[in-house]
Design a protein. Structure first.
Lengths: 110, 113
């Protein structure tokens, strides 16, 4: 079955600390992975996708097919990073149907 | 428009009432998706349109849910005889082409009382 697991509902860190938001997936096909972010009172927006292999706002994520993981990392958290983060799996089938995880709330304290 | 627009932003319905939720995608966007997000959960896929064709409705939870996009632009998600378990945020997203990234709307928060 296709599934995305984000084991932490809440991750609380201090400003300047490293951050790692965990994401594991289950999918028999060729996966496409995304991270979406939702800041307070804003709409859900794409943060990054694995095929782009880019760093957005200092965040990076590497697809590890052996461990079926796509963890999101940032070396030094900022207060403005506080938000809900959703990992999503793109199901191949002619279009981008997404399976989302339950989300992790990142709280960065001063 | 500049983004995906959804209306109403909030809807309170009495159990058994029918509701209609509207989505205005970005002009020219071919693909349109509806997702349902229950409290404390991630969005769950409901249905997908390519232009006016509804190509996947596998996520619609029951036959009380119906979606349409008759002219390939605006879409309406209709829920008949609403139940308490229908309470959720309903998100619409559109994309320019099949494998482009989505742009999400702000959602409609439906509360069934």
């Amino acid at each position: 079955a296709q599934r995305v697991t984000q084991p932490e509902k809440l991750l609380s860190v201090f400003k300047g600390a490293p951050v790692e938001l965990k994401c594991n997936y289950s999918y028999s096909g060729s996966p496409e992975l995304f991270w979406y972010v939702q800041y307070s009172r804003q709409r859900l927006q794409l943060l990054l996708r694995h095929i782009s292999r880019e760093s957005i706002k200092g965040f990076t994520a590497d697809l590890n097919k052996g461990e079926t993981s796509f963890h999101l990392k940032k070396p030094f958290a900022q207060e403005e990073d506080s938000a809900m983060y959703y990992c999503a799996l793109g199901i191949s089938g002619g279009y981008n149907k997404l399976i989302f995880g339950a989300g992790t709330r990142l709280a960065v304290h001063p | 428009g500049a983004g995906v627009s959804q209306s109403p932003r909030y809807k309170v319905a009495k159990r058994g009432q029918d509701v209609a939720l509207r989505c205005d995608p970005i002009s020219g966007h071919v693909s349109l998706f509806w997702y349902q997000q229950a409290l404390g959960q991630g969005p769950e896929f409901l249905t997908y349109f390519q232009n006016e064709a509804q190509l996947d409705k596998s996520g619609l939870p029951s036959d009380r849910f119906f979606a349409e996009r008759p002219e390939g632009s605006v879409s309406t998600l209709k829920i008949q005889r609403t139940q308490q378990e229908d309470s959720a945020v309903y998100l619409c997203a559109s994309s320019l082409a099949l494998f482009q990234s989505y742009t999400f709307g702000s959602g409609t928060r439906l509360t069934v009382v």
